[in-house]
Design a protein around this ligand. Structure first.
Ligand SMILES: Nc1ncnc2c1ncn2[C@@H]1O[C@H](COP(=O)(O)OP(=O)(O)O)[C@@H](O)[C@H]1O
Ligand SMILES: [Mg+2]
Length: 250
């Protein structure tokens, strides 16, 4: 269980995160939506330790994360997919995965002990399989489609066996078909692993069809939370964000 209480982060006069309280049950799949500038990415940056909150608390399974370093937070189980696949264009999928593990190994003896080399190979193969890239493991990452690069980013996050996986707009910049392919894979990954998955997404068709639970942020605050049906018909959400189109579609 990931519990956030009264979280605040301001940039100058802007309260990007304004007294946010919410929790994510272990094994849940949740979408975070909200207009541009609502504070969605800032919220993720606070969860990963990339930003420190001005006040409030973040607890994973009862233990506070706010005073920990980014590395410690990762080791506690908060994982995030970065856009990194394309940083290693000349490496294959498999080499990228192994490079990531080795890089972490350099920073952390603990990881080296957890995954000595033979099991590292098994583990990376398993992570590649979880995102459906096994048939492309020898493909150069530069030659992957945009969607497959995103899946590789996710596989890189899975190497560290996160309890919680944070995905900031995983389908951004993709055409409709590829969006669905990637998000269905994320959903499948969630169903098979029961990792707690939280994703930010602006495509409402995807959100309403994929996420059993939705949280709406607006001006840094929690505007609403609920099921797709509850969010679709919530007057405050319609007014602040959805307009009438999705109400009609419900
Ligand atoms: N590093 C930063 N410095 C100053 N202002 C920031 C910074 N990051 C975000 N903001 C501001 O915080 C607000 C929320 O931004 P962000 O979290 O990126 O929103 P979203 O991801 O929902 O589009 C915006 O007003 C943005 O300009
Ligand atoms: Mg953002």
């Amino acid at each position: 269980m990931l519990e956030i209480s009264n979280l605040v982060k301001a940039f100058g006069g802007v309260r990007a995160t304004d007294d946010v309280t919410m929790s994510f049950a272990a094994g849940s799949l949740t979408a975070i939506i909200g207009p541009n500038g609502a504070g969605k990415s800032t919220f993720f940056n606070l969860l990963t330790g990339a930003l420190k909150p001005d006040s409030g608390d973040i607890r994973l399974d009862g233990q506070s994360l706010v005073d920990l370093s980014i590395g410690q937070i990762v080791r506690r189980g908060i994982g995030r997919a970065f856009q990194v696949a394309s940083i290693f264009p000349s490496l294959t999928v498999e080499e990228t995965m192994l490079a990531a593990v080795s890089a972490h190994h350099g920073h952390s003896g603990r990881l080296g002990q957890r995954f000595p080399l033979p099991s590292t190979l098994t583990h990376t193969a398993h992570c590649i399989e979880m995102v459906g890239l096994t048939s492309k493991r020898a493909t150069l990452s530069a030659n992957l489609s945009h969607g497959d690069q995103k899946l590789l980013d996710i596989a890189l996050a899975l190497v560290l066996e996160p309890k919680v996986l944070l995905l900031d707009e995983p389908t951004a910049g993709m055409g409709p078909e590829e969006r669905w392919r990637v998000i269905e894979k994320v959903r499948e990954l969630w169903e098979t692993t029961k990792i707690t998955v939280v994703f930010i997404e602006h495509d409402m068709d995807i959100v309403f069809r994929i996420a059993p639970s939705i949280r709406v942020l607006s001006y840094g605050r929690v505007l609403a939370e609920g099921t797709p049906q509850q969010i679709r018909t919530n007057p405050a959400v319609i007014e602040a964000y959805l307009g009438t189109e999705h109400e009609a579609a419900a």
